[in-house]
Design a binder for this molecule. Structure first.
Ligand code: SF4
Length: 431
């Protein structure tokens, strides 16, 4: 417990440092790409039919006219990056709800696949879009991983999260999951644990339904994460966010995940080793396009404008949407690599040393010593591996990292209050 509290404090500070962005008065182009590299492309679609109180992603209420203009800008930004020399091998589309206008999303994916040698496409969605005819255009566009935000299968919790009316009852969600299971190479379901009013047996029942009855390909179990703003919003309808029960929930997940499911990251469990995972562990360099998207290229973290209006204007005038940049020194870059790569449970010694010209383990000797001392990492010949204890510490570290990112998003969203209002007045903004 002491180790975990100390780790939380250190990580909170580290996360804040990583998200200390310089504000740029002008849009900047991403750095020139390495011609020998194919990158991961992240596309952000920030529209949702309902705004869930626990969610700190960059999202606004859906408006068809605005979303249509946005998708058009996204396609233009993909073309601009292609002209700048970027080539992409994988695409991850997150949100928001990327499937708010399925045909627009399919057209956007077509633009990307026409210009790039794409191998994998992963798209996030919500239960109300889980209808085979509705998803057909995505299959045709080459999507092979569909990730559905379900969060819980208990009706009372769905009501507290304001998801019951829009996305349907637990029974309806299960029916829809059954209908689309097998349609894509990988069907992933996102669940949250440690919700304030969640009981252990309720979470275990959810896992049993997903892994023993429906048998989806993958279940990602995220710990509840409370940024400053969402903690306040959740307090009203969902209860107080605390972390005292988190470890017990996580341990129960490890002990009860269905037969045949193995961890493929600290919080993702897959039925087969070939299942496609989250983008952050597949590739440590990625370019994010769209309002509020983040990129990590050449040791620098970039953020695109959180103002959807400004983002569209920038792209229409021939620029990418990036307006903020955080520079990491070499040690911070190594620590970022350490955090993200170990999240995938294993770090190849040769890959890490090649990447850092033989300086990786020496440069991070304090981190290695500390994590070995608490039994989080073990040496496994050609790789370092996370132990079961290490997996929980990584959940905790990623939770803190994402809370820091969420606090940054909250700050950015303060600058676009006029756009969060349904009566959007299209005001200029610096966000
Ligand atoms: S949880 Fe999903 S549906 Fe809810 S507001 Fe966030 S992105 Fe939108």
């Amino acid at each position: 417990m002491i180790v975990e509290e100390a780790m939380t404090a250190i990580l909170r500070r580290m996360g804040k440092r990583y998200t200390r962005f310089e504000h740029l008065d002008h849009a900047v182009a991403p750095p020139a790409p390495d011609p020998d590299c194919t990158y991961m492309l992240y596309l952000h679609v920030p529209f949702c039919q309902v705004l869930c109180p626990f969610c700190s992603f960059h999202r606004v209420e859906f408006r068809e006219d605005k979303a249509t203009r946005y998708f058009k800008a996204l396609r233009r930004e993909i073309e601009l990056c292609h002209q700048a020399g970027y080539r992409f091998g994988e695409i991850y589309v997150g949100g928001g709800t990327p499937t708010v206008i399925v045909d627009e999303l399919a057209r956007t994916l077509d633009t990307a696949t026409r210009l790039n040698p794409i191998r994998q496409i992963s798209v996030e969605t919500n239960p109300d879009d889980l209808l085979p005819p509705r998803l057909q255009p995505l299959l045709a566009a080459g999507v092979n991983r569909l990730s559905v935000g379900v969060q819980s299968l208990e009706n009372q919790l769905l009501k507290e999260m304001q998801r019951y009316d829009k996305y349907g009852s637990s029974e309806l969600v299960q029916e829809r999951l059954n209908e689309v299971n097998g349609m894509f190479d990988t069907l992933n379901v996102d669940m949250i644990f440690n919700l304030p009013h969640q009981q252990m047996d309720s979470m275990l029942r959810d896992l049993e339904i997903l892994t023993e009855q429906i048998r989806v390909d993958q279940v990602s179990c995220y710990p509840l994460m409370g940024s400053k703003t969402t903690t306040r919003a959740m307090k009203k309808g969902m209860g107080l966010v605390t972390y005292g029960r988190e470890r017990r929930f996580y341990q129960a997940i490890l002990e009860n995940i269905g037969p045949g499911y193995v961890p493929s990251s600290a919080w993702c469990f897959s039925k087969s080793e070939g299942a496609i995972d989250e983008y952050i562990i597949e590739q440590d360099q990625y370019l994010g396009l769209g309002s509020g998207a983040m990129s990590y290229i050449d040791g620098q973290l970039y953020a695109s404008s959180f103002s959807i209006n400004r983002y569209i204007r920038l792209v229409e005038s021939g620029h990418c949407g990036i307006t903020r940049r955080a520079r990491f020194n070499e040690r911070d870059q190594m620590r970022y690599y350490f955090l993200m790569t170990f999240f995938g449970l294993r770090v190849s010694k040769s890959d890490a040393e090649k990447r850092w010209n033989g300086r990786f383990a020496r440069g991070l000797w304090r981190e290695f010593a500390a994590f070995r001392a608490v039994g989080a990492i073990r040496d496994d010949g050609d790789a370092w591996r996370l132990t079961e204890r290490g997996m929980y510490l990584w959940v905790l570290m990623m939770r803190e990292f994402f809370i820091a990112v969420s606090d940054f998003r909250d700050l950015m969203r303060l600058g676009i209050r006029s756009e969060l209002d349904p009566e959007d007045r299209d005001q200029p903004t610096a966000a």
